[in-house]
Design a binder for this molecule. Sequence first.
Ligand SMILES: [Zn+2]
Length: 407
Amino acid sequence: MTTLLFRGAREILTCTADTADIVMRDAALLVVDGIVHGVDTFDALSAEAPAAAEIDCTDCVITPGFVDSHTHAVFGGWRAAEYAMRSRGMPYMEIAHRGGGINASVRDIRMRSEEELVELGRTRINAMLSCGTTTAEVKSGYGLDTENELKQLRAIRSLQQETPVDLVPTFMGAHEFPQEYRDRRGAYIDLIVNEMIPAVAGEKLAVFCDVFMEPGVFTAAQTRRVLEAGVRHGLVPKLHADELENSGAAELAVELGAASADHLGAISEAGIAALAQSATVATLLPATLLFLGRNRYAPARRLIDAGATIALATDFNPGSSPTASMPLVMTLACSQMGMDPLEAIVAATVGGARALRLTDGTGTLAPGAPADLAVWDIPDHRELPYRFGAAPLRGVWKRGQRVRPSL
Ligand SMILES: [Zn+2]
């Protein structure tokens, strides 16, 4: 039996509720065999477990490890040349015309082997872990044909064998229409429904099925067809919804019982009301809108006040959000979307777990939860977003094992 006693922390954030009650001051945390046993005074816990190995967390803050519930972290190369073009004001359509945009990532992935994708994915998952992320959703969607979608999902599965980060795979063949189907969109939907989804489900390569519903990309009818086919094969719906323009995607996500509706920069009042009355989590991705130079963020405050459940995630991807940093996302949530630091921390931990339908306590430090936690060299949790994406991380533990810095 391995027993660890984290002692001396100024604050331990349990994230077991959405209120200020989750900040435990001058408390200790006991972990037994990789599972959280409890948060209490040091005296009480050391009496309970006198032989526990003590971990000095003097003047630190302890949070659950982050649950980054929306990423495209397995991709080929970066797209910095395109970023330079965009920063000089070139419109996305022209960049796409010159061979950039998402189709650049599609061509790239199609040329690489599964082993190469694992190699590249490893550095990105490690970057996430070094920012305090201990659970991450990862989507396919750069293959856009059966062979390459499967290759991307198999690379995610191989990465799971070697990384301590829990990876939750999502099939996203409906990320964009590939070049060869641009004029035969119905045929591409048929391919997804009749071939890709059965193949993905047959190999148990994904938990979720996601669609990029946006004017000019996937319509409501196409989105419904793909997500309903996914449900028939046991894949839970997720939706890239109302990112840049409103198309009623949040409402459709609720109607289809999606685990989450993500982006929501252009959500309508009806969409807010629908999410507020549902179990569908509103996943907000402010790093994407910042990086794209848009100054219209999702209405986090109105979603929270209406009663919606919020998750924060990075949207880590080479085109519109090349960051692995959940602390940076929390800074944007507070500075740009009016969230309170505590709300941001809850959304980045248990909020993400809800968006991934994880029910084992992941994203919290409740008794019985996996001991996934981050120890921060700050005396006050408000410094986590305040330090502008660069709060000093002392260490990360996954199921009670120290994984950062590696020993
Ligand atoms: Zn995305």
